[in-house]
Design a protein around this ligand. Sequence first.
Ligand SMILES: Cc1cc2nc3c(=O)[nH]c(=O)nc-3n(C[C@H](O)[C@H](O)[C@H](O)COP(=O)(O)O)c2cc1C
Length: 420
Amino acid sequence: MNSRPAGRRRGVRAEVLRGPFDPGGQPLVTRENHLHLSLFAWNVRNGLSASKAVLSNPQRHQDFWQWPTASKLLKETERAGFDSQLQYGMWSGYGGATGWNEAQLDFATAATGSAAVTERLGIYTTIHVGYEFHPVLIGKMTASIDHISAGRLGVNIVAGSNAADYAQFGLDGPPSQEVRYAIADEFTTALKYLWTSDEPVDFEGEYFTMYGAQVNPRATSRPRPLLIAAAGSDIGLDYATRQCDALFITSQDNDVEGYAKRAKKIHDMAAEHGRRARVCAMCYVVMEQSDAEAADTVEWMKSQIDDDALQTWLVRAGHVLNSERQQLDSDQVGTSRTEEAKQDPYLGIGQKFYESLGLGMGAYRLFGSYETVANQLIDLYEAGVEQVALCFFDPLKGVQEMREHVIPLLRARGYHQNPV
Ligand SMILES: Cc1cc2nc3c(=O)[nH]c(=O)nc-3n(C[C@H](O)[C@H](O)[C@H](O)COP(=O)(O)O)c2cc1C
C-alpha cells in the first residue's frame, strides 16, 4: 500500500492507471496515400547487419552512428524527404567479429542531437520501460526533447526482453510477458498524464508512484507525442493497440501476405478499443542499380554471416537452437557457440532464418534495384503497412538513393507526399 510522503504537494488523483487512456484524443495516426518513411537503427554500430561484409568498409557500414557521420546522415535523411528517424533502443551488443550493435547512442542525447541538426524530421526515440526508469524522469526528458524539437518527438516504448540489458541494471530479467506489459501499461499512462495535465498528479499504481508530479514544459506536440510500441506477442499487441498509436512489427511469415494478415489483426484490435493504429514494418535494404548487382551483394553478405554474433542474439532471445528444441536459459548469456551449433552451418535454425537474422535481424527484405524496392514498398503499403523503418547496409548511400530514385517513384505513383 502506497502512502503519500508527509508534507508533499498534493496533486489531482489519477483515476486511470491502465489504458486505453487518450486525454485530448490520439495524435494523427495516418495520412491518406502516404507511406511514412523512417530511417531506422542509425544510432547503433552495424545497424541490422550481422555480416562480416561490414568489415570491408567500417566507416560506411559500421560506424555511421558516430556523430560526425550520424549528424550528416540525419540531415541527408531530412533532405531526401523521409518523415522521421527511428532509434534502436539498445544497451548491450552481440559481439562477434563485427561487434554487432556493440556501440550505441542513447535514447535522450541522440534524440536531442538529431533535433538540433534537423528542422522538420520526426524524432522518434526508443525507451525501455523495464529498467526502473521513473516516469517523471522520462516525462521530463521527453517533454524537453519535444520542446527543443518544436513538437517533433515520437516515443517508441519497448518492454525489453534482453537479459543482458536487465543484468546491466542489476536486475534479474526479463520478467514474464504479463509483468513486462503491465509495467509498460502503467508507465505509458503516467507519461500521458505528465505530458498533458495542467495540474500536478498523484498516481498510485502497482509499479509506479508519484505525488504532485508535473513536468514543465509539458509536451509541445498536440495532443501529445506519438507513441509507438515494438511488441511481438499477443499480450504485447494488446497493450500496444490500447495505449500506442503505431506498432513496430516483424512478421514470422516474412512475405507480403504475412504482413497483410498481421496488419489486419492490429487494425482490428485497435478498432475494438475505439482507437486507430499505424502499422510499421522493420525493413532491411540492400539496393543497387540493378537487381543482379543487388543479388551479388546479398550473396556476398550471406557468405560472411557473423556466426558468433548471431549465436549471442539467439541465446539472448531464448531461441530454439537444436533439433531437440532445447530452450537455453539466461545463464548462458554471452556464451560462445554450442558444440552442436558448431556442426551446423546454419546454427541449428535453418538456412532461411539464419540468413534473415544475419541480413536484417529478421526484418522484411528489400533487395534489388530502385524500381524493385519502390514496388516492394508499394506492395507493403497496399497490404496495410503505413510506415516502414528502413535500415540500410550502407546508410549514406541508401538515403541518397532514396532521394534520387525511390522517393520520386513513390511520389509519382501517389504513395508519398511532402512530409509535414
Ligand atoms: C520491430 C521490432 C523492433 C524492436 N526493437 C527493439 C529495440 O529497439 N530494443 C529492444 O530492446 N527490443 C526491441 N524489440 C524487442 C521487443 O521489444 C520485444 O521484447 C520482443 O519482440 C518480444 O516480444 P514481446 O515483448 O511481445 O514478448 C523489437 C521488436 C520488434 C518486433
